[in-house]
Design a protein around this ligand. Structure first.
Ligand code: GTP
Ligand code: MG
Length: 304
């Protein structure tokens, strides 16, 4: 939910498409009433509802909130961070929506997205100052609700995927367990990163080496998207690659497809390359690949 023009449908289009969404986003029209879409996550079927934010629709939802908001598991609330003039209007709308959850005593986690936080604006002082004040205003709801903040932009696909994945992870304790497992395994392989994605690129669990730079994370994610595309096109179960970060450090990666019933999951490993002793890196990747059945077992048990 959120005001008209906040970017809700753009976000959903970005998540659904992931490659080449720009043309579609450019042609979006304001959403009329509610757009519903079903999706399966970890074997559970959800309905995603995109609430058109124009005033007439907002009034309609608030007149009969039970009809529209009943049964909500998770709310993503999108605010156009660049549209300072409408912050108050947006807070008012959120307040009225939350009033319904309060009255019905439904404990819905709220992910608030400060959207249109475009890469070239990340260091913009005014934008940062404005959103800081906005956050302070929003914390008035945190006594009653679990509120989580995210900064997103469709020009940084990872930011959007992260917000969506983190939101969903609030519904699953076991996702935390998976990340803990990855953190444990990481030391054995000296891994830079281990992550499990579902087929739409939603993160189910992840471990990053501490202090890994954002640029490096983004680089890995871009490669991952490319690799997943190839795996699907070439119908592979495994894909190895090798690349280097801006600063020169080389790394190797492997993506394995794990199958759970009809669902495919993608396990990504990134390890540092030992440039003096490539044999070592090859051995490490072999070890990771050999451990696949074991890993598959543990992971599937955790997420089932
Ligand atoms: N700069 C910037 N513009 C964005 C971003 N996301 C969406 N937009 C633009 O914001 C405008 C509105 O996007 P929509 O996704 O249609 O907005 P909405 O919240 O669905 O609006 P309603 O359907 O009327 O409720 C479009 O022109 C998008 O191109 C972003 O991350 N950065
Ligand atoms: Mg829309």
């Amino acid at each position: 939910m959120g005001l008209d023009n906040a970017g809700k449908t753009s976000i959903l289009t970005t998540i659904t498409k992931r490659f080449g969404f720009e043309d579609e986003v450019a042609e979006l029209m304001p959403t009329r009433r509610i757009e519903r879409d079903k999706f399966n996550f970890l074997g559970i079927e959800y309905t995603c509802m995109d609430f058109g934010g124009q005033l007439q629709y907002r009034k309609e939802y608030l007149r009969d909130p039970g009809k529209y908001l009943g049964g909500t598991d998770l709310l993503f609330y999108v605010i156009d961070a660049q549209d300072h003039a409408r912050y108050n209007e947006s807070i008012d709308y959120l307040e009225q929506v939350l009033l319904y959850f309060k009255e019905t005593q439904t404990n819905v986690p709220i992910a608030i997205l400060f959207h249109k936080f475009d890469p070239e604006l990340v260091r913009d002082r005014e934008l940062n100052r404005n959103t800081l004040v906005l956050k302070q205003n929003l914390t008035k709801f945190s006594g009653q609700f679990d509120i989580f903040f995210f900064e997103t932009s469709i020009y940084d696909i990872k930011s959007v995927m992260d917000a969506f994945s983190s939101g969903l992870s609030l519904l699953f304790d076991r996702m935390e367990m998976l990340s803990a497992l990855f953190s444990e395994i990481s030391s054995k392989y000296n891994a830079i990163m281990i992550a499990l994605f579902d087929s739409r690129g939603i993160t189910i669990g992840e471990y990053y080496r501490p202090h890994l730079h954002l640029q490096e994370k983004l680089k890995i994610y871009d490669i991952y998207i490319e690799v997943q595309k190839r795996i699907i096109a070439e119908n592979k179960e495994l894909y190895e690659f090798s690349d280097r970060f801006e600063k020169g450090q080389r790394f190797s990666g492997v993506v394995e497809v794990l199958k759970m019933g009809a669902l495919d999951f993608y396990l990504l490993f990134i390890v540092e390359e030992d440039e003096k002793d490539l044999e070592k890196t090859v051995n490490l990747l072999d070890q990771i690949e050999a451990a696949k059945p074991q890993m598959e077992n543990i992971i599937l048990q955790l997420i089932q």
